[in-house]
Design a protein around this ligand. Sequence first.
Ligand SMILES: O=P(O)(O)OC[C@H]1O[C@H](OP(=O)(O)OP(=O)(O)O)[C@H](O)[C@@H]1O
Ligand code: HPA
Ligand SMILES: [Mg+2]
Length: 158
Amino acid sequence: MAQKYYTVTWDQLHRDSKALAWRLLERGPYRGIVAITRGGLIPAAIIARELDCRLIESVSIVTYDEEKRGEPRVAKPPVAAGDGEGWLILDDLVDTGTTARVIRALLPKAHFATVYAKPAGKPTVDTFITEVSQDTWILFPWDTEPQFIAPIAKSVAQ
Ligand SMILES: O=P(O)(O)OC[C@H]1O[C@H](OP(=O)(O)OP(=O)(O)O)[C@H](O)[C@@H]1O
Ligand code: HPA
Ligand SMILES: [Mg+2]
């Protein structure tokens, strides 16, 4: 299990994805967007809207079972993006870079961007917005829900 958690709200994800769209705008236009499912789907939808891009391809790469990393499995390869020339690949984050290396091998000429990045994955991504430490687990809004938290005075040892 990770040592720290970094909770991302829907609002924050929307803002960070828009910040990424601003950065990607100057590198465009793009032929289309490749969303890495599932985590890349929501950033891809937000960024496609901002970049006015209607052509969305999906690639399914399964690397984790909750916080446990396994061998990456391509459950659905790209069918429409050729060698990636002119295409933008989007994912929610790079952690170890395992998923990124698989997608780069499939689409070597595409631009690869993520909203969040950890140090080990940073060299595998072309553009990202926010970095968190390697021992931090990012909790995305689709993995969480608001719940009761005890008052600070009752949760620390007196
Ligand atoms: O840099 P890495 O160590 O490869 O980790 C990053 C990948 O792991 C997560 O996907 P996951 O395999 O959990 O699948 P999901 O997107 O369907 O949840 C995340 O969405 C990235 O795609
Ligand atoms: O920090 C993370 N959060 C959510 N999913 C992930 N997949 C790899 N690393 C992470
Ligand atoms: Mg993923």
